[in-house]
Design a protein around this ligand. Structure first.
Ligand SMILES: [Zn+2]
Length: 281
């Protein structure tokens, strides 16, 4: 039952790089390029500042002291002793994110937000609110949401380092997790992540909220994928996802799971540059 370090779900272990990328693409993670029904802007490709960021050490992204809300941070959980599930939301911050935050705070549920730089530029105040909400973790989802495996070395660096700097400048926190768009990554991506002090985090349960647009369907698709250590991929740019979350929380808890942060589900010490798709217990 002990946490066993950097892990990937069983199929990912067999042919780590190639299969991980293929599977991620097949299940269609992070379909942020689609226009969402509420008209949320699609992350667009723009130029970003170049250059490295040697000072990006593994600083905690947990916000516990600057909250403007009255909420308290969810307690740390030992996932060797409890059945844990972690919620993650990609492609924001957007106009719907604050409503989701209200739900998470009300339910005392931690979550991780993988932010896209071009969305941060449009909604910097929302990014700051995530950062100042206890229990919420801010993470890196690149500047413009490209397929990193199709880019050259300089562009990969711009996407990851540029967003790391943007997140730090806007929110004051240094992201320690990178989710490559579509789950696509390779050694070059992992190396840049490592230099930024970021672990590469994929997922083991997909809400498929780029495919389905009904809250009840999001819940019914997600629940059977859960297992102890599950990392759930959803998107806070979709209204049906935000509407599904209260029911999802209730049903996940009814199954005996504890909702935890990425730090908790990864055993508290994820390593920069290594890939994780779930906690293992
Ligand atoms: Zn995405």
């Amino acid at each position: 039952m002990a946490f066993t370090g950097p892990v990937a779900p069983t199929p990912f272990r067999l042919f780590p790089a190639l299969l991980a990328c293929t599977l991620a693409l097949l299940i269609g993670g992070c379909a942020a390029q689609q226009q969402s029904a509420d008209g949320s802007p699609t992350p667009a490709r723009t130029s970003v500042p170049t250059g490295g960021s040697p000072g990006a050490g593994p600083t905690s992204t947990r916000a516990t002291t600057t909250s403007t809300s009255s909420a308290t941070a969810p307690a740390q959980v030992d996932c060797r002793k409890k059945k844990c599930v972690a919620l993650t939301f990609d492609d924001g911050p957007g106009p719907l994110t604050e409503g989701l935050l209200d739900t998470l705070v009300k339910e005392n549920v931690p979550a991780t937000f993988f932010l896209v730089g071009n969305m941060i530029k449009q909604h910097p105040g929302v990014a700051r609110r995530i950062a100042s909400t206890p229990g919420m973790t801010i993470a890196d989802h690149t500047v413009s949401h490209p397929m990193l495996t199709k880019l050259g070395a300089a562009a990969v660096k711009r996407e990851i380092v540029g967003n790391t700097r943007l997140i730090r400048n806007v929110t004051g926190v240094s992201p320690r997790f990178l989710r490559p768009p579509y789950g696509l990554h390779h050694a070059r991506v992992d190396d840049v992540a490592r230099r930024q002090g970021q672990a590469v985090v994929l997922w083991s349960a997909a809400a498929l909220d780029w495919q389905y647009d009904k809250p009840a369907k999001i819940v019914s698709v997600t629940m059977p994928q859960l297992a102890p250590g599950a990392i759930v991929l959803a998107h806070d740019i979709h209204p049906w996802t935000v509407k599904a979350v209260p029911t999802l929380i209730t049903k996940i808890r009814a199954k005996g799971y504890t909702l935890v942060s990425l730090d908790d589900i990864l055993g508290g010490h994820p390593k920069a540059g290594l890939t994780y798709a779930r906690g293992e217990h």
